[in-house]
Design a protein. Structure first.
Length: 72
C-alpha cells in the first residue's frame, strides 16, 4: 500500500485528538484526517447516503466543531 493511499487512523474512543481533524457521526468520533477538506469530503459523502445522521468535523488544534451540510 502506498503512502498516499494509506488508510486513515482511528483513535481509541476515550482519546480526544490534539491535532488533525476527526469525523464525528451522531456525537461519536469516527475517523481521523490530516486536512479539513478530506474530513469535510468524507462527511458530505456520508451525509448524501444517510441525510438523517448528524455529521460534524472536529478540529483537534482549534477544539471546534464544524457541521457538515449537504451541497446541491
Amino acid at each position: 500500500m502506498t503512502a498516499d493511499k494509506a488508510k486513515p487512523v482511528n483513535l481509541p474512543a476515550k482519546v480526544m485528538p490534539q491535532d488533525g481533524y476527526m469525523l464525528v457521526v451522531d456525537g461519536k468520533l469516527k475517523t481521523r484526517f490530516d486536512t479539513p477538506e478530506d474530513a469535510m469530503t468524507a462527511g458530505q459523502k456520508l451525509k448524501q447516503s444517510f441525510p438523517v445522521l448528524q455529521v460534524t468535523v472536529f478540529g483537534g488544534a482549534e477544539r471546534s466543531y464544524t457541521p457538515v451540510t449537504l451541497t446541491e
